[in-house]
Unconditional design. Structure first.
Length: 294
């Protein structure tokens, strides 16, 4: 049996870096690193090691991502290839260029984007937690364990003398929060429920008269008093700027109108008398104006 030639991994890695092209260098070997590492000037990092211990026939080339395992998307797979070391650094560099980099470089950018998003989300959680701590100075913050894929921040506050406890868990970008309260006075609980009451809801009323008209009334579910009452006239007619003819009635009793004179007269007198001198084929002035609008 012919013995395989002895391959120096350092020389192989240095030669691969040269054949990969400008921007690639071999890093100084570290005793804490298993293999040799190649770094590109944009931060792409490859690690080379023999595929089987005590065998120099095949090398594994692994694409390295920044951060720890939990700092990357859960569905991000490992990117690696194997190559025959005896073929030399030029051939291995060709395998890296054809087979590894097309998969590794997009994955690297995805991981970096994920980490930027997570950093922004962490900052958002921190801002909300700071707001809570300013309101409750004795509150404490507890982030998720550093090796966890959970991205949360918990804020806890207690007042033992009143048996009052509050816990807020912030997730992701902290746009929503999980809130737990214990021992809250009844009047405060009522105020919290008022804050959580349904947002204003719109009721649409359509009248069957001519011209078509409809109104949108915005109210709270527990109160029928209109907050906003908007009425439109003239069906699909709009003014010269494309704005519907409308009237807005606010709950303070103030009325705001945007209507053409023709639409206003049409609203007030939808069937005007054409007058004694008008013939059967004569159109009223109002009809002429409406034809122009249409």
């Amino acid at each position: 049996m012919t013995d395989l030639p002895t391959i120096d991994l350092t020389q192989l890695a240095r030669g691969i870096a040269e054949h990969l092209g400008e921007g690639w260098v071999m890093l100084t070997p570290s005793p804490n690193t298993n293999g040799r590492e190649l770094l590109r000037d944009d931060g792409a990092l490859l690690r080379l090691r023999f595929a089987i211990p005590y065998s120099q026939g095949t090398v594994t080339v692994l694409g390295i991502f920044p951060g720890a395992f939990h700092d990357r998307p859960l569905d991000q797979p490992t990117v690696r290839i194997r190559a025959a070391a005896a073929r030399g650094p030029r051939a291995v560099a060709g395998d890296i260029t054809r087979r590894l980099l097309p998969a590794y470089l997009p994955a690297l950018e995805r991981v970096r984007r994920f980490q930027r998003e997570q950093a922004a989300a962490s900052a958002a959680r921190g801002r909300v937690a700071d707001q809570i701590r300013r309101l409750l100075p004795q509150a404490s913050c507890t982030p998720a364990p550093p090796d966890s894929h959970e991205h949360t921040l918990s804020v806890e506050w207690r007042r033992p003398s009143a048996r009052l406890e509050a816990a807020v868990e912030l997730r992701d970008t902290a746009e929503t929060a999980d809130l737990r309260l214990v021992g809250v006075p009844a009047d405060i609980a009522v105020q919290i429920c008022q804050l959580l009451s349904p947002i204003p809801r719109a009721r649409v009323q359509v009248d069957g008269d001519f011209p078509p008209s409809w109104s949108v009334i915005l109210t709270r579910s527990q109160d029928s008093t209109p907050l906003v009452d908007m009425e439109t006239y003239g069906g699909a007619d709009h003014d010269e700027n494309g704005v519907p003819y409308a009237r807005f009635l606010l709950n303070d009793g103030e009325i705001h109108e945007h209507m053409s004179p023709a639409a206003r007269r049409w609203r007030d007198d939808p069937d005007p008398d054409p007058g004694p001198d008008a013939g059967p084929d004569a159109a009223s002035e109002l009809d002429q104006e409406e034809e122009v609008v249409r």
